[in-house]
Design a protein. Sequence first.
Length: 368
Amino acid sequence: MAESVTSAEPDDDRCEVAFAGGGTAGHVFPGIAIARELGRRILWIGSSTGVERKLVGDAGITFHGIPAGKLRRYLSLKNLSDCAKTVAGIVSSVRVLRRARPKLVFSKGGFVSVPPVIAARLCGIPSWTHESDFDPGLATRINLMFCEKVLVSFPQTVAYLPARYRKKAIVTGNPVRRALYHADGARGRAFVGCPAGVPLVFVIGGSLGSSFINALIVSCLPDLLDRCFVVHQMGPRDFAASRQEGYFSAAFFSAELPDVLAAADLVISRAGANILAELAALGKPSLLIPLPETGSRGDQIRNAELFRSAGASQVLPEREATSERAMECVRALLDDPARLREMGGKARSLGAGRPAELIADLIRARLG
């Protein structure tokens, strides 16, 4: 398999595959993982102002920014301006695709993926879309109408697709970066300064951080530090440098994330599809605090329930997540190493195979 991405040069935008997607790192990192395995000439279409611009650029992939409007399930005056942005995004995507002439457009989701997928249909280019979550989001439901194939992470997801589109589905799993399969826990412990023999709890609220989880962990810190070493990815908005012994805070982990995650004895996390795929790849037990329905479409609740029902995670709903209840859960888990090992094994069973390699093989077969 190829180790690196072959990107189109700025003065020659022709490519074999155009990737589309963004909004969060969860829509970007799996796509980059596929691109690295694919080893073909590619480019990426994403929001001009989204997080994907930097992440894709750091991966050495040529990036084209387009206007992108948010897709809402509720009435709002902003829908009018965002409809205009979506139309502008389609026009911009048509220009990029006509210049690049890819053989396939691959959507990794997020609202910014919709204009390139529609543009691909207008340009006569086949497109595929991948859904990371247990049930499909609005962008995927729209993309389904224009895509040739929909790749899903879980067999159960197929039942959530409209019946007329289920024949398009292929179960592939959710791609993770190759570095996770070669992660070194000892190297991760050395990076954060965690002594040997001390339990390490890794806290992550998603690529942008979670203010709720950040506040919860800070309130629990005195009790936590009596029991374990805490590594905390806070996100750039809430980041505060740590001066406490046994507590390592960071705004964002990038290349070092696989090693730090491999070092963890327990992970406290939101329940985004990307982090769950990484937990499965490394076989890590977790305490999940999913985003509530008031702040999302409920996808994280269903993701978390899948892991809970498999025995891979304990779930603590946000409405119940007081510092006392959180510490009760952490104590019970850290005091039961046998249960942690069992949860880790169940997590690994949910991440069998190498999805990024599988998807790259499928794309190569489609390209002929």
